[in-house]
Ligand binder design. Structure first.
Ligand SMILES: NC(=O)c1ccc[n+]([C@@H]2O[C@H](COP(=O)([O-])OP(=O)(O)OC[C@H]3O[C@@H](n4cnc5c(N)ncnc54)[C@H](OP(=O)(O)O)[C@@H]3O)[C@@H](O)[C@H]2O)c1
Length: 299
């Protein structure tokens, strides 16, 4: 039996579904049983738990062949690094008391660095903490920048006729669809061909700049030549807070963007067939971004 945390989310849902499709037994963790119903209908066992609750997690992990783990992006937290720390401690203690032998974690590019990388510093600590569990075989999947991070560009394009962000327009960035992260994690769980403590980068289909990303969206919605504008941190901070993000999280997000722009956060592996994944940004836009525009059939 496999245990999947964050099972209603971007990557966990794909992990759970891929395992179920292979006929595996899957226990899915979420805070609300209602949101887990669709997975239960497909054969999963639901387990209600908060990822900061050590005792609940120890019960959730009991009997697992392997587990999928992540730290949820709790964007409204006034102390996100503190939240990450609580989740890390709870997961580590629960893995130990449930004597779990194999875990696959969702980490990030840049998690090799302990600081000046925004929320990714918490993933560095997550990796380090789990690496201290002597009996655990753990694979940390260091994923690239999610294509899903560009969803807010739909609102920017509709309101301001431009894409706006903190990233340098010409920075070449490895970008990955969350579904590819989930698929890679499911494969790792099915194969269990990792030993001791390992990391593996997932770099998406190819590197893209924000200018290219904007061009791809523009072409898909019949607005060729759509511009991308790199905004000032003060403007972006205010905009992020208006979406419901805490000031603390907004500052961490901007720190991470700065770390990507400066190269402090970057892949360590050379691109190869092993760390390249199938979904192109063009396909992602066609399937997931275009339907969000007003006037599209799905909207
Ligand atoms: N965005 C990027 O570019 C990027 C790149 C690399 C790595 N990452 C990492 O990816 C991770 C997020 O993965 P994701 O996108 O798959 O997550 P996600 O879609 O945001 O899903 C997280 C799930 O966790 C659950 N959750 C939230 N708070 C919880 C809590 N307190 N206790 C228990 N469950 C909770 C939620 O489910 P319920 O509401 O059902 O409980 C939610 O569906 C983060 O660690 C992030 O750093 C992101």
């Amino acid at each position: 039996m496999f245990v999947v945390a964050g099972a209603t989310g971007n990557t966990g849902n794909v992990v759970a579904r891929n395992l179920l499709e292979k006929g595996e037994k899957v226990r899915v963790i979420g805070r609300d049983l209602e949101r887990l119903k669709a997975l239960v209908a497909d054969g999963a066992e639901a387990f209600q738990a908060d990822l900061t609750d050590t005792f609940a997690l120890a019960r959730a992990f009991a009997g697992a062949k392997a587990v999928y783990l992540l730290i949820p992006p709790n964007v409204s937290s006034p102390d996100f690094r503190g939240f990450q720390n609580r989740v890390t401690q709870a997961i580590a203690s629960a893995l130990q008391s449930a004597r779990v032998s194999h875990a696959v974690t969702l980490s990030s590019i840049g998690a090799d660095k302990p600081d000046n990388n925004g929320p990714v510093a918490g993933l560095h600590e997550f990796e380090e903490r789990l690496n201290r569990l002597v009996d655990l075989n753990v694979l940390h999947l260091r994923a690239a920048y999610f294509m899903e991070n560009t969803f807010p560009q739909v609102g920017n394009i509709e309101k301001f006729s431009m894409a706006i962000g903190a990233l340098d327009p010409d920075l070449k960035l490895a970008m990955i669809a969350a579904q590819d992260v989930g698929a890679a994690a499911a494969d790792a769980l099915l194969n269990l061909n990792f030993r001791h403590k390992q990391t593996r980068e997932l770099l998406g289909e190819r590197d893209l700049t924000m200018r290219e990303v904007t061009q791809i969206i523009g072409n898909a919605i019949d607005k060729p030549g759509l511009p991308y504008v790199q905004a000032e941190d003060d403007q972006l901070r205010a905009a992020l807070i208006r979406t419901g993000m805490s000031l603390n999280m907004a500052d961490l997000v901007l720190e991470m963007a700065g770390a990507l722009n400066s190269g402090h956060m970057r892949p360590l592996e050379t691109r190869s067939p092993e760390n390249t994944t199938p979904t192109s940004y063009e396909r992602f836009v066609e399937e997931q971004v275009v339907p969000l525009f007003e006037g599209s059939a799905a909207a």
